[in-house]
Design a binder for this molecule. Structure first.
Ligand code: GLN
Length: 401
């Protein structure tokens, strides 16, 4: 049986196929030669399920989408504080290759426009353009779950058409935010942009980010939790260049676009998404890609501001006469733990015994753990007998970040 999700994705492509406005990328001879009609969408959940429709086997160069994980790698290599000295995290309101530098410091406005991405690339640990680019490719390969390769023709065409990036790199050197020589940085950045991927590769990479940096299939942590959160924040405000504001309003999914016509989207806790369609709008974002994301966001209620209340469902049931038994469930975070505290505060009165049953709780973050721990200590100080039934050891596990 074909999955209703796959059928739905196919219907979205069919509905959006009629939109054929926009222009192919210019400048890079290889990108100009790409099939303008290629159209694909892929969705990978944080449980590792893969759904795809359209031309999912077509490979294309990752281009600016690589800026997100390159930034993650540089933050991991240097620490956030050091990286914030190199590039700011403000939306520039300019297009991707604008010479958009902060007046007072000369810092690029953000790591997802070319100026910032060049500074970021220069700070990735490595002794040569090749080494830095290989480390970025390696991280993408690990997240995609297969070895990706560099497309030499795209790389050569990038180098042929890189005058503007070279100019930006020299400017960055002049204000002291480039950690290697401009020609080397432009070379490494061109290699970074020339890695071939498919839509499924991109959605798989996005699913790792949606899963907090942990590979949904292997459970291996590939990106630090705090770094992943930081990169997603910057994607949500800067990932679509000067189209970022309307993107957040209409789609509401942290995203990154590339000049080959792909867009990735990451909805934390739910899914990684990717669309390919090469014709671009005036912001340099795929015309059909934006339309598909608008549909997915609306139909599947994926807007990040559409949040189901988690607090009310934390308590499964409350039973018992002399001893009160509070059975919890689901993923406990601040709001859920708070509702447990509120219930305990209202419901215990003179009853001495309290059992907190965590058997149906799947996960608990540090905040929930601390709140419950404090509440239990307080109740014990007040003379209650509190038993925590914690078969999965959730009260003792530290967050893996
Ligand atoms: N390689 C391209 C450039 O630097 C990437 C730009 C993009 O994808 N928007 O010009």
């Amino acid at each position: 049986m074909q999955s209703p999700i796959t059928r739905y994705l196919e219907s979205v492509l069919d509905d959006c196929r009629a939109l054929d406005g926009g222009k192919m990328a210019d400048g890079n001879a290889e990108l100009e030669r790409a099939d303008p009609d290629a159209f694909a969408v892929a969705l990978v959940t944080v449980g590792g399920s893969v759904y795809a429709a359209g031309d999912c086997d077509v490979e294309f160069s990752i281009q600016s989408i690589s800026k997100a994980l390159a930034y993650a790698l540089a933050v991991q290599d240097n620490g956030l504080e050091r990286m914030l000295e190199a590039t700011d995290v403000e939306p520039s309101g300019d297009s991707f290759n604008e010479i958009s530098l902060e007046h007072s410091t000369g810092r690029p406005r953000n790591p997802l426009i070319n100026a910032g991405a060049l500074a970021v690339h220069s700070m990735i640990r490595g002794n040569s353009a090749q080494e830095r680019a290989d480390r970025v490719k390696d991280l993408h390969s690990r997240c995609a779950g297969r070895q990706l390769s560099t497309n030499d023709s795209v790389y050569e065409a990038e180098i042929e058409s890189d005058d503007r990036n070279t100019a930006i790199a020299y400017l960055l050197k002049s204000v002291g935010v480039l950690a290697a020589e401009p020609v080397e940085v432009v070379d490494g950045y061109a290699r970074q942009c020339s890695v071939d991927v498919s839509c499924v590769d991109l959605a798989t990479i996005a699913s790792v980010m949606a899963n907090g940096g942990v590979d949904p299939n292997t459970g291996e942590r590939l990106i630090g939790g705090a770094v992943n959160r930081h990169v997603l924040s910057v994607m949500s405000t800067c990932g679509m260049y000067d189209g970022s504001g309307s993107w957040v309003a209409a789609v509401g999914i942290p995203a990154k676009s590339g000049v080959a016509g792909a867009i990735i989207g990451v909805l934390p806790g739910q899914v990684g998404l990717a669309v390919l369609s090469p014709k671009l709008n005036g912001h340099g974002n795929s015309v059909r890609g934006v339309a598909v994301f608008e549909r997915l966001s609306r139909d599947l209620e994926l807007h990040m501001m559409h949040v189901a209340p988690s607090g009310a469902s934390a308590i499964r049931q409350v039973t018992g006469e002399d001893t009160i038994n509070v059975q919890l469930q689901g993923d406990l975070r601040f709001a859920g733990a708070e509702s447990v505290l509120a219930t305990l505060a209202k419901g215990i009165d003179a009853r001495r015994g309290i059992t907190l049953d965590l058997g149906h709780v799947q996960a608990m973050d540090d905040v929930a753990r601390r709140l419950l721990d404090d509440a239990v200590s307080g109740l014990r100080e007040d003379g209650h007998d509190v038993v925590i039934d914690d078969p999965h050891g959730l009260m003792t596990v530290l967050d893996p970040e």
